[in-house]
Design a protein around this ligand. Sequence first.
Ligand code: HEC
Length: 142
Amino acid sequence: MNTRHLDIVVLVLLVLFVLTGCGKNDPGLAKEVGLSKKQLADIEERIKPFSVVMVDGVTAVVPVAALPGEAKYAACGACHGANGGGGVGPALAGQTVEYIVGRLNQYKAGEKVGNQSNLMWGQAAGLSDQDMNELAEYIVTL
Ligand code: HEC
C-alpha cells in the first residue's frame, strides 16, 4: 500500500469517526460516559426506528414500535412473571386492559381485593393513569 492509499484510509476512518460522533450514539457507551437521562432517551428515540430484523432471509430495517409499558413492567415481572404467567402474584396474561387498569386503580385507592392486596398497594401508589394504561397495553401482549 503506498502512502496515498494510506492517506485515503486515514481520511475515511476520520470521517467515520466524526460521523458516528466518536461513539456517542452507542447507548452502551453512553451509559459509561454518564449521559443524562434526557440524553439517553433522545438517543434511544433516534435509534429506535433502525432495529434490524430478518424478513424472508433478507436483512431489512423496519421501524419497531416499542411499547412504553415494557420498561415499566420490569418492576412487576418479579412477582407476576416476565411473561405474565404469575408467581408470587396471580397471572396477568390473558386479562384485558380494562380489567388491569381497574385493579390497579383499586390498589392505588388502598382497596382490599384479595388476601395479599397489601403487596400491591405500594406498587400501584406511584402509578399515574398513563403508567397504568401503558402497563396494561403491554401486559395484554404477553
Ligand atoms: C411484591 C410482588 C408484586 C409486585 C412487585 C407486583 N405485584 Fe401485582 N400482585 C401481587 C399480588 C400478591 C397480587 C394479588 C393481590 C390481592 O390479593 O389482591 C397482585 C395483583 C395484581 C393485579 C390484579 C390481578 C387479578 O387477578 O385481579 C394486577 C392487575 C397487578 N397485580 C398488576 C401489577 C403491576 C402492573 C405491577 C407492576 C407495577 C405489579 N402488579 C407488581 C404481587 C405483586
